[in-house]
Design a protein around this ligand. Sequence first.
Ligand SMILES: [Zn+2]
Length: 190
Amino acid sequence: MNETRVLTLWNDGVVNEDDAAVLRRRCEELPIPFDAAAREAVRALREAFLGRDDASGLAAPQIGISKRIIAFRNRGFTSDGAVDGTWSKKDVEILVNPRITQTRGDLVVLSEGCLSCPDVRVQIARFPEIKVRGYDMFGQKVSRRYFDYVARIVQHEMDHLDGKLIVDYEGAVLVPKKKRNLFESLLART
Ligand SMILES: [Zn+2]
């Protein structure tokens, strides 16, 4: 499969300065209605996301597009994020210029990983229910509610649009034992 390269903060213990600069940038909104460039950006993110089976979601800046677009699967998880294998292509959602307009419930802490932060997981508190307004892949206005793990993915992907990554949270960082020394110095520099 021809996978689109995902930008990462580090690789093999070395900080990727160029990738990090893009990942840290605040993304711009797409024009509504979409112009040709906006349609192309949405298409590129959707294709990139469909081209991998190791991600629950992907944000445009992760493939080098500094626009406010996210892609994610809206089903196929248990409430704690385990994959239950029931999603297919039709369960992929795109949100453009998303805004959280309502949150509900007590924050839930779970560990999260991110393709842009290889090998680490971080304990992060997220809302179990959110309401989001934005636009779909065709530029149509949408208002949707997400629950549990899908709500978590949407919050995670929306963080990317503001240049925020899991390592920016205060929660415990989980690193494979044999890489612990490596990550102590690495995380201090990102
Ligand atoms: Zn991520």
